[in-house]
Design a protein around this ligand. Structure first.
Ligand SMILES: Cc1cc2nc3c(=O)[nH]c(=O)nc-3n(C[C@H](O)[C@H](O)[C@H](O)COP(=O)(O)OP(=O)(O)OC[C@H]3O[C@@H](n4cnc5c(N)ncnc54)[C@H](O)[C@@H]3O)c2cc1C
Length: 411
């Protein structure tokens, strides 16, 4: 059955072939990607549908706080939840697999192991991948900043550098919010200890070029007593094992290069005929339905809305909820509802030194706002995995107590 078709007449089916046909006739919904957008959609679909949710990794990952892995304020386990448990609690089926293509006309998703999973409707929530702008060596010699594993590895490498005698250099590529959060955590970890030079390279004219200039000024002020160099208006042209080459200046020596250069669409969107070009987001209507395939909805970072939105976790959550409703409406032959984003301020942490709340062109800066960012993390994790006993309760307690203790003990 395709989206928009009338649903089967369940009463007459039940008379003909009792249990089996009732099961078979439950519309099959497949969700590809089980992080913010995909998980929100799964949690808003009920037992009227046979829902399969697929992800390559067994862990839900809370990305907005992964920078804290650099200083050790968070541990990988604090930022992860087991997908199998979340999906089981929602009453659905979790499949761990890499999806290589979504064949919308045939109504199947294909896994890298050659498995075909059929669907009547598909929700695509695959997020984005690192944008390296084709800079040679970036993928090979720089560490990305998009997952718990990557940031935990950066944390380990920083610990090794701290133990090594002599001076060390770290280069952060990108002065957007990820680069600023990375720098803040390195300074938190380093404290007043000398021996580490950090260079931050940003192609735009100032730090956080899309946000008010007050943030640039505040970050530079906080760094005055530290060995930090800002190279704004500068592009990275090559990354090597020894350092980074930049436009209009000497090469920068680097023992650790961190890439925070932005995000682009994953190849799966183009390979599945959902996006028009490589690296471009999948165009959708305001109701989040793919402009190319009626039986596919695209949500979260992967969605290219008529009016582009910031790639933010709270929009991804809102889109997941909207798409769950619209898939149901579509399967029932009802009118879809438009997605109406509800903007929230963005909290950007600068280690222990400051936190910025950005709402449009307004900025509030205060170290006390770190508590708000932590509260958003703790509360949303508890909503995703309610601490009603057993492992979920132990996980919530560990997240809360562990973070509080390590925050107090950090330099
Ligand atoms: C360092 C960092 C800090 C951030 N800070 C904030 C913040 O403070 N506030 C905020 O609102 N947002 C923040 N964001 C943005 C936010 O994390 C994203 O907007 C959000 O993760 C998007 O959710 P999503 O569900 O669309 O995609 P993702 O969270 O990226 O999830 C995509 C999922 O799809 C899976 N997947 C992808 N391809 C396949 C495939 N082929 N087969 C199987 N599975 C696949 C992935 O494994 C992943 O689990 C931050 C992001 C980063 C990287």
């Amino acid at each position: 059955m395709r989206l928009g078709d009338r649903p089967p007449d369940m009463k007459s089916m039940r008379r003909a072939e009792p249990t089996i046909s009732r099961r078979r006739r439950r519309p099959r919904i497949v969700i590809v990607g089980a992080n913010f957008a995909g998980m929100a959609a799964a949690q808003h679909l009920d037992a009227r549908y046979a829902v399969t949710i697929i992800d390559r990794s067994p862990w839900f990952e809370w990305l907005p706080n992964i920078h804290e892995l650099l200083s050790g304020v968070k541990r990988p386990g604090d930022l992860r939840l087991p997908r199998a448990r979340l999906v089981r609690r929602a009453g659905h089926r979790f499949v761990r697999a890499e999806i290589v293509r979504i064949d919308a006309p045939a109504g199947v998703v294909l896994t890298s192991a050659g498995r075909r999973i059929p669907f009547d409707a598909c929700i695509v929530a695959v997020g984005g991948v690192d944008e390296t702008f084709g800079v040679p060596g970036a993928e090979r010699h720089a560490l990305g900043f998009k997952s718990v594993d990557e940031c935990a590895e950066i944390g380990r490498r920083l610990a090794q550098l701290a133990r090594r005698p002599g001076r060390a250099s770290v280069v952060i590529v990108g002065g957007g919010f990820e680069g600023i959060e990375a720098l803040g955590e390195i300074l938190r970890r380093q404290g007043d200890r000398p021996g580490l030079t950090v260079s931050l390279v940003e192609a735009g004219p100032r730090l956080m070029p899309n946000s008010p200039a007050v943030i640039d000024r505040a970050v530079r002020r906080h760094c005055a007593g530290h060995d930090v160099r800002f190279l704004t208006g500068t592009r990275v042209t090559r990354v090597t094992p020894m350092g980074v080459r930049v436009t209009g200046g000497k090469p920068l020596r680097s023992d650790l290069t961190i890439w925070t250069g932005g995000v682009k669409a994953p190849p799966l969107l183009r390979a599945s005929g959902l996006a028009d070009h490589d690296g471009k987001w999948a165009p959708v209507t305001q109701a989040l339905r793919s402009k190319h395939h009626d039986n596919v909805f695209v949500v979260g970072d992967a969605a290219g809305l008529p009016q582009p939105l910031g790639k933010q976790a709270y929009y991804a959550l809102q889109m997941g909820v909207c798409a769950a409703g619209n898939v149901g409406r579509s399967l029932a032959g009802r009118r879809l509802r438009d997605f109406r984003p509800s903007p929230k301020g963005m909290l950007v942490a600068f280690g222990a030194l400051d936190t910025f709340l950005i709402a449009g062109r307004s900025v509030i800066a205060s170290p006390a706002l770190a508590a708000a960012k932590e509260a958003v993390f703790q509360v949303t994790m508890a909503q995703l995995d309610p601490p009603l006993g057993g492992d979920a309760l132990r996980g919530a307690a560990r997240r809360f107590v562990g973070t509080a203790r390590r925050r107090l003990l950090s330099p």
